[in-house]
Design a protein around this ligand. Sequence first.
Ligand code: ZN
Length: 289
Amino acid sequence: MPTRREFLRNSSLLAGGLLLAPDALFAKREAQKLLILHTNDFHSRLESFPDNHPKYPGQGGIARLKTLIDQQRSSGDFSLLLDCGDVFQGTPYFNRFGGVPEYKWMNMAGYEATTLGNHDFDMGMEHLADLIHNYARFAVVNCNYDVSKTPLKGLIKPFLVVKKGKLKIGITGVGINPEGLIPAHLCLNMVYNDPVSSVQEQVDILNKKMHCDTVIVLSHLGFEYPGNQISDKKLAADTHGIQFILGGHTHTFLNDGPVGIENKKGRKVVVNQAGWAGLVLGILRLDFK
Ligand SMILES: [Zn+2]
């Protein structure tokens, strides 16, 4: 079993601290710090991996994750805690309790938002709708799944605006093509729309109508793929007006920190992903000047 110190070291792989050049942001107001904490692909990993696990012995689990979150928040700066989908599936907790403990954990930790991952549909849309309605004290944000003819109608937000101090932060979410990933009977009548145009539409609203200082996309598209398949990196390159894409689905550990991708207008988009299973916490420290 690793000591707490070792865990924190393991968990701070992404914690290098990122200071953005002022022109990377649409900062219009006075200086303010913001801490963005994020996870993805939690996969019902409430407990740490067993001590004899070949890859992650004794690592992960919400006790450690909460310690790390609290440690980051102790700076006293304004902070956001976000998730990028696939909260469910992977341990007997989900099979037995249907996702309730996972959502209760997210409430307790103070998550502000998550997006829809393919495995979040594993017990069907009616079940997911009940969970969101009865338990989620955070927003579920997605802009490219049309759920208006499904039980999820009214429960999924196309975008969210959060105020932190003087900053207005716009958040939208985007999901992967369900074909071949979500059995058809589990997402009946849900329409998948093109991620790039759907995201751009919401980002334009967040920038132009809501006058947000920064825009974050919670993505479950996956970090990158060979060929032309839409991914976080491709979404970054094919859009404009986004400052951060926080991703999931491909369980990518970015050990060297977030990557910067040039968008359609030549500005930098920060793309990050935090492995999976709560093994690491994504940490972005921003200085708005
Ligand atoms: Zn996934």
